[in-house]
Design a protein around this ligand. Sequence first.
Ligand SMILES: Cc1cc2nc3c(=O)[nH]c(=O)nc-3n(C[C@H](O)[C@H](O)[C@H](O)COP(=O)(O)O)c2cc1C
Length: 190
Amino acid sequence: MRFADVLRRRRMVRRYTADPIPSDALERILDAATRGPSAGWSQGISVIGITGREAITAVADACGEEQYLAKGFDPWISTAGALVVLCVEPAVYRARYAEDDKDPASLGRIPWWWVDGGAALMALLLAAVDEGLAAGFHGGAGIDRVAEILAVPAEVEIIGVVTIGHPAPDRRSGSLARGRRTGRIHHQAW
Ligand SMILES: Cc1cc2nc3c(=O)[nH]c(=O)nc-3n(C[C@H](O)[C@H](O)[C@H](O)COP(=O)(O)O)c2cc1C
């Protein structure tokens, strides 16, 4: 698929059909998360791929899927063919920026792990579209419980849960009613 089409087609999809995700496609999507840029080439981003039905249901419950239902959304996280839990290890960045060729102070201005996390998230979302699939992102409630269920070590931060599957008709986020904010592209100076 052309890059422009992948970018244009990407949107958060919050409901999926029961069709399975080919395991090689999922592996390519997981791999995409590790292909982004990384500050100092620290590479502190990790992913946990989840495909078991029981585990997906447990994570959906932990994320408070019923709260989405209460707001009028369809069952979402529990319908995904796979979940990808996006994780970051700040300690990996701190160790890298303590090396001789780096300035630890530069981690004070912007914690680069969040920037790498955003790049990894976008790579994941676009890779799903490129595979003919769709993806969504839950960054809200229940992340501490997800960490418990998946035995994520205390020093690892979970950025959120990416849901992947074959798209089904879904209710879109009310946030989209805000429309596109204009005036964000500047030329030559702000
Ligand atoms: C950092 C981040 C956190 C988000 N968290 C959630 C979330 O917890 N639940 C949800 O339904 N959507 C979440 N979204 C999706 C946004 O609502 C969505 O990207 C936005 O409304 C634009 O819609 P689109 O991505 O379909 O174009 C999140 C998006 C981002 C980038």
